[in-house]
Ligand binder design. Structure first.
Ligand code: SME
Length: 159
């Protein structure tokens, strides 16, 4: 297994996502365990971009339950349709929230989180089975390049 991930620290986010994608694909292609692969993906994203919080929630019995993550202590359960994570899951689409204080029902796991992007993970038949959640301590930190980059990474987990 790879021991490190190579990327250009000073490059644009789009370039870094492009550099990471084949490496994450290779990393998870060599391992069949979902939790192990989500854990390494969270670590890679945090290392490459320095995001405040990167992690996954997985659907279990009608709720989203905290999965592998990198960052501070987080809420363990989120109802489908609630918060940014539960809303992205229910709507089956990526949500970018430039200012979490302006998102009705935002669930504040940390007061340091200012903006957020949540990308659903889909099973092969198209139903969602979880979300990738990235939080920033900067306002308005996520844009189209993050959406494209993170959706491509989420696509690697289609199962
Ligand atoms: N803010 C999220 C909850 C998860 S934490 O950010 C890690 C939400 O509103 O769904």
């Amino acid at each position: 297994m790879a021991e490190s991930i190579a990327f250009t620290p000073s490059a644009s986010r789009a370039t870094i996502y492009a550099e990471l994608l084949p490496q994450i694909r290779a990393l998870i292609g060599a391992e069949s365990d979902l939790v192990a692969n989500l854990a390494n993906t969270a670590a890679v994203l945090r290392e490459a971009f320095g995001f405040f919080w990167v992690g996954f929630y997985l659907e279990k019995d009608g709720e989203l339950v905290l999965g592998p993550f990198q960052g501070t202590l987080a809420c363990t359960r989120i109802k489908i349709g609630e918060g940014v994570c539960g809303t992205a899951f229910a709507k089956r689409e990526t949500l970018i929230v430039p200012n979490v204080d302006e998102f009705p029902g935002h669930i504040a796991c940390s007061s340091a989180s200012r903006s957020e992007i949540v990308v659903p993970l889909f099973a092969r038949r198209g139903t969602p089975f979880g979300v990738l959640d990235v939080d920033s301590d900067q306002l308005d930190d996520f844009g189209p390049d993050d959406k494209t980059g993170l959706e491509a990474i989420a696509e690697l987990f289609r199962n």
